[in-house]
Write a protein that binds this ligand. Structure first.
Ligand code: NAP
Length: 259
């Protein structure tokens, strides 16, 4: 099982104060990684750090807004100062500040969405790769979405940002392959977190999603962890540039997303 170990590795995870990012941080720490958890609010991150340490893991919290290039640079520098380098980055911090018709979205919302969901991902990779190269290789995991693969009503702007993440993943996979850095993406369907509360918190919408999902339920964060661990470890050494859909079959359904 050494192929699935993160012993001796340093992993930096954004959006790790709750939801998918927190679960990834807990999972990677259990697999032996020294973990840096990042998001905007330090108090929430400290709770995650305490849980990881309580389970015998090593973790440190750093507050950073992924829409702020200077903050991302500092996040990476502080992580290197703390643990000596970076082997794995997980770009997970994402926002969806606009629901509605794409044609009616203000330009400021385009800027906000792309700044965090796309440029934020790029910034972190750009800052972290020199350390990975110095250490002989690394892993990048970008959290995309099935909304980046098929048009989803009401979240077109978010979907565009996630489609761009999928292309970013491919381009950087090619550019970084000679440095032994694998760059892959995870495209989840609906996962029960605060982010998706508008879906599972509304009985009608939730039922429509469940009806259209072959697995007949939305995912729990834990159901993404095997894939996240695979993409972070030597087990996936020859896999790069791929976006792996994990959606209970929703994108295979003929009437994908309900009304
Ligand atoms: N849940 C789903 O159904 C679903 C489906 C497909 C894809 N995804 C993707 O999965 C990722 C994680 O989503 P989630 O469901 O786990 O969401 P979540 O529970 O709402 O967590 C979002 C995390 O991102 C952080 N964050 C938000 N804006 C940030 C910023 N500007 N800079 C730094 N951190 C920021 C939040 O912490 P702070 O508030 O402390 O900053 C929090 O830790 C996102 O990229 C999302 O697009 C989710």
């Amino acid at each position: 099982m050494d192929q699935f170990s993160l012993q001796g590795k340093v992993a930096l995870i954004t959006g790790a104060s709750r939801g998918i990012g927190e679960a990834i941080a807990q999972t990677f720490a259990k697999a032996g990684a020294q973990v840096i958890v990042a998001s905007r609010h330090l108090d929430n991150l400290e709770v995650v750090v305490q849980t990881i340490r309580g389970n015998g893991g090593e973790a440190f919290a750093i507050a950073a807004h992924m829409g702020d290039a200077g903050a991302v640079k500092l996040l990476v520098q502080q992580s290197i100062d703390l643990f000596g380098g970076i082997d794995v980055v997980v770009n997970n911090a994402g926002i969806n500040p606009y629901w509605g018709s794409l044609l009616e979205a203000e330009e400021s919302l385009w800027d906000k969405t792309l700044d965090v969901n796309l440029k934020g991902y790029f910034r972190l990779i750009r800052e972290a790769t020199p350390s990975m190269i110095e250490r002989g290789g690394g892993k990048v995991i970008n959290i995309a979405s099935i909304a980046g693969l098929s048009p989803m009503p009401g979240v077109g702007l978010y979907g565009i940002s996630k489609a761009a993440v999928i292309m970013l993943t491919k381009i950087l996979a090619v550019e970084l392959a000679p440095n032994n850095i694998q760059v892959n993406a995870i495209a989840p369907g609906f996962v029960k977190t605060r982010f998706s509360q508008a879906i599972w918190g509304d009985e009608t919408v939730n039922q429509a999603v469940i009806d259209n999902t072959p697995a007949k339920r939305i995912a729990d964060v834990d159901e993404l962890m095997g894939l996240a661990l695979y993409l972070a470890t030597p087990a996936s050494q020859y896999l790069t540039g791929q976006t792996i859909v994990i959606d209970g079959g929703l994108t295979l359904s003929t009437s994908n997303y309900g009304d």
